[in-house]
Design a protein around this ligand. Structure first.
Ligand code: FAD
Length: 356
């Protein structure tokens, strides 16, 4: 049985600790702050591949509709998807309980520095780095800029006010000139996470745009209780293991290139890293790419189409995708979909518009 160190007590690290401890390994998880404290998230739990099921704790509601505001407002029925609004802090604390029950040791307020890694690599058989982006490993090995090459930059406010007209739905919107979107994810009838993300390379004054969103959505007078920002790394890193270190979750570059969500991939990569203990980094990389590669490819190609179409094109395209129900192709990545989306992204979307 291996001696395992997990760095980071987010979804990726907690999942790795639970699965590694359940397999009988000696696991220690170290978290820089307290579990459930350092969270940058809109708290939408989207189990895109339907491999995880309902979160074990912290569920606020199952999302019924996605309201999409471009020029017009569109509605997408989400009931067939595994999409929940959760309280991430409560959920992560419950995952920490599961890890402790499985036999893991958890140390809070215990940051690992890049310098510490050298000696930790000798003290432990395996290190699972789930410290987010940029990861501790990236700072030690000098690749921390890789995360910023493909990422969504975000700003988010938690607001108090009346959101009863949106619950139990999520609302997202596009803005002219922005390759990205804003979101309103209600935590309940009287508070919501309201944010905006820029997936383009051009810098954008996100905070100003968010003010515009608040005006458009009639939320300007609402009380701000929290403000956060952060990046969503949207490309799986070319290498996921360094010596005896395995990267999981955001540290591995695993958020969706289409929407920036990464909780599900953090859980899945944590689980696969735990299963790979004793089998090596190549085994982990191979299995993770097999599991997530097709989805990431379809979503990546779809996001390139979105970038080419722009605001006006998306109004037309989203309307057509919804009317013909072809948006479902995005949700079930198959060889056919990969080929279709990859080709469309290459040849230009005018063809797709004609076909539809
Ligand atoms: C504004 C915003 C909104 C988002 N909304 C959603 C959403 O609605 N749905 C979704 O699925 N995804 C969302 N995401 C992405 C999602 O939050 C991440 O993909 C997810 O948290 C990744 O989990 P993780 O465990 O890899 O990393 P993290 O959740 O970042 O956890 C990393 C942990 O490591 C700890 N840590 C960091 N450095 C050290 C260190 N040196 N030593 C010890 N511990 C350390 C941190 O304190 C933290 O607890 C959002 C991201 C942003 C920025």
């Amino acid at each position: 049985m291996a001696k395992v160190l997990v760095v980071g007590g987010g979804p990726g690290g907690l999942s790795a600790a639970i699965h590694a401890a359940r397999r009988g390994h000696r696991v220690k998880l170290v978290e820089k702050y307290r579990i459930g404290e350092n969270i940058r998230c809109a708290e939408g739990f989207f189990d895109a591949l339907k491999k995880l099921g309902k979160p074990s704790a912290g569920v606020k509601f199952k999302v019924e509709k996605l309201i999409v505001k471009i020029k017009n407002t569109h509605e997408v029925d989400m009931r067939m998807l595994n999409l929940w609004m959760i309280d991430r802090s409560e959920w992560q604390k419950s995952l920490a309980e599961e890890a402790l029950e499985a036999g893991a040791v958890i140390e809070e307020n215990c940051p690992v520095s890049p310098k510490d890694l050298e000696s930790l690599k000798r003290d432990y058989d395996v290190i699972i780095d789930a410290s987010g982006a940029p990861s501790v490993t990236s700072m030690a090995y000098g690749f921390s800029t890789l995360y910023k090459q493909n990422c969504g930059k975000t700003v988010q406010l938690t607001l108090e006010g009346d959101f009863s007209h949106i619950v139990p739905n999520f609302k997202v919107g596009l803005l002219p000139g922005l390759f990205g979107y804003y979101w309103i994810f209600p935590k309940g009838p009287s508070s919501a996470n309201v944010g905006i993300g820029n997936f383009g390379r051009e810098p954008v004054k996100l905070r100003n745009l968010l003010e515009q969103v608040l005006e458009i959505e009639g939320l300007s007078g609402y009380r701000v209780t929290r403000e956060i920002g952060g990046i969503c790394p949207t490309r799986m890193l070319p290498r996921l293991s360094y010596d005896n270190i395995l990267l999981v979750g955001d540290a591995a570059g695993l958020t969706s290139p289409l929407h920036g969500g990464g909780i599900d991939m953090a859980l899945l990569s944590g689980m696969l890293a735990a299963r790979s203990i004793g089998l090596g980094g190549i085994f982990y990389e191979k299995n993770l790419k097999k599991l997530l590669g097709p989805r990431l490819e379809v979503e990546g190609a779809a996001s390139r189409i979105w970038e080419k179409l722009g605001y006006d094109g998306m109004e037309e395209w989203v309307g057509k995708m919804l009317r013909t129900k072809t948006y479902r192709l995005l949700l079930q990545p198959t060889r056919f979909n990969i080929f279709l989306f990859r080709t469309l992204a290459r040849i230009g979307v005018w063809y797709f518009s004609i076909v539809l």
